[in-house]
Design a protein around this ligand. Structure first.
Ligand SMILES: [Zn+2]
Length: 204
């Protein structure tokens, strides 16, 4: 593998274990999940940007195609790499059987009753959901304002297909999220299953 200077050992390990040395472009374009000899690529093609979210494990062929100067003609987009990287990582996150002790609810005062916003924050932190997050132009929910501490977590959960917000009796989305309502246990289970990609997208 590449031993590029500047990428922290811990970040290399995190990257390689999350994708299990599968190439995210092989997976995304061909559903090929064979283990590949590969190299760490810089998603934005800036070799000095060694942040974990900017790194991807690519097979040697895709690394050449993506990271070399001639890559422009191939038109492999940065967004393709980040999208398939996240898909691939979620695929294995579901298999990782993350022990329940690693779910950190302790940052909240009221350990017995969690608000819906607190549950979403916990789920998004667990799956590193903010890594691919892009702030939307317009808030999705009228009761989740951009200056609230939970804004980015909830919008990220929408982007990842974990939640859609509240629906009325006819199943139509209302544009409401009710972030400060207490989370029901049924809803918590649904959020965590969705977070690991087990369930199709559903409204409340
Ligand atoms: Zn590949």
């Amino acid at each position: 593998m590449s031993t590029r200077k500047g990428i922290k050992e811990a970040d290399q390990v995190a990257l390689l274990t999350r994708c299990r040395r599968r190439c995210c472009l092989c997976y995304g374009l061909k559903k090929d999940t064979e283990i590949k000899r590969g190299q760490i690529a810089h998603v934005d093609q800036d070799p000095s940007n060694n942040k974990l979210e900017n790194l991807a494990w690519l097979c040697l062929d895709h690394h050449d195609e993506y990271d070399s100067k001639t890559s422009q003609s191939k038109k492999l987009k940065k967004g393709e790499v980040t999208h398939y990287k996240k898909e691939l990582e979620l695929l294995y996150a579901a298999e990782a059987k993350i022990p329940i002790e690693t779910v950190n609810f302790s940052s909240f005062d009221n350990n017995d009753d969690l608000s819906r916003a607190e549950v979403i924050k916990t789920a998004i932190e667990l799956i590193d959901g903010l890594v691919t997050y892009k702030k939307p132009d317009v808030p999705t929910f009228e009761d989740v304002r951009v200056d609230e501490w939970y804004y980015d977590y909830i919008e990220s959960a929408v982007q990842l297909g974990i939640v859609m917000g509240c629906a009325d009796d006819d199943g139509n989305l209302t544009g409401i999220f009710s972030p400060n309502d207490l989370a029901t246990s049924k809803w918590v289970v649904k959020v965590f299953l969705n977070s690991f990609g087990f369930l199709p997208l559903v409204s409340d």
